[in-house]
Design a protein around this ligand. Structure first.
Ligand code: HEC
Length: 246
């Protein structure tokens, strides 16, 4: 009995010691920012997570894919290249090395860099194109809303694979998650995906679906980012099966 009590007391002590110290993490953090290894699921099932609100900018859905394709390319701000010590591949690194100050875009170096007008200082650096006004606004709004590590389910309640076209779905998806690497003067892997003709050709030779569905024999895309949701992969498949309508 006594040894049982001793064992219990030891257990309590060990648990108490291993609890994290009372650290005041910012209240807006939904996903553990220290966790740099797991990427939260964007929409593993149609009823998982929360539906996206049109008024909110979501880091995992909108901001991170943009940073990965526009900034975390090889030679720039991926973990291996880390130009100027800046790594933009996950929330924690974006906040610390991108010097993002929640609610204060104008005090955030990441935002200053994309707004810079001098092409030598601007990010992404020439010959890459600057971000579009829409992309800059997205990042500004995300910081103004508190630079949260938030995520929503883009297909909440419904995965609609009917009538998928290049214009109503595919081009927007690729612009956010792929074209930063697969566009411009020096596309990664020698592959451009910025026009309908380029995407159609890549769809028809099987590489588009193979890459996003992580099929054997293809490089898994988006490189360095979270896999597309099963719904988005199904929508791409439906679009290809329907003859890649524009
Ligand atoms: C961070 C840069 C980056 C992003 C983002 C990215 N790619 Fe790629 N992609 C590459 C590189 C580099 C290659 C060349 C193969 C390799 O190195 O894995 C490639 C290769 C490919 C290929 C050829 C694959 C093969 O095995 O033949 C396809 C198709 C492709 N990407 C599609 C996409 C799509 C679709 C997206 C968005 C959902 C995307 N990529 C996002 C960098 C990227």
């Amino acid at each position: 009995m006594r040894s049982l009590f001793a064992a219990f007391a030891l257990l309590v002590a060990v648990v108490a010691l291993s609890l994290p110290s009372c650290k005041h993490d910012p209240m807006y953090t939904i996903i553990d920012p220290q966790d740099t290894t797991t990427t939260p699921p964007i929409d593993t099932g149609v009823n998982a997570g929360i539906p996206c609100s049109p008024d909110t900018v979501y880091f995992q859905n909108q901001v991170l894919p943009l940073l990965i394709s526009q900034c975390a390319k090889s030679g720039c701000h991926d973990a291996a290249s880390h130009e100027d010590g800046v790594v933009l591949t996950n929330y924690q690194q974006v906040m610390s090395t991108g010097k993002v100050k929640a609610f204060k875009p104008n005090d955030s170096e990441l935002y200053e860099a994309i707004m810079e007008t001098d092409p030598d200082d601007r990010m992404p650096q020439a010959p890459n194109a600057p971000l579009t006004a829409e992309q800059k606004n997205l990042i500004r709004k995300w910081i103004e809303q508190g630079a949260q590590n938030n995520v929503c389910n883009e297909n909440y309640g419904n995965c609609d694979t009917d009538n998928v076209t290049y214009t109503n779905f595919v081009s927007g998806l690729l612009a956010n998650k792929c074209v930063g690497c697969h566009g411009g003067v020096n596309p990664q892997g020698g592959l451009k995906l910025s026009t309908y003709a380029e995407v159609k050709a890549t769809a028809q030779n099987g590489a588009l679906y193979g890459a996003v569905a992580h099929q054997p024999g293809y490089s898994a895309m988006p490189k360095g980012g979270a896999a597309l949701s099963p719904c988005f992969v199904n929508k791409i498949k439906a679009w290809i099966d329907a003859g890649t309508p524009q």
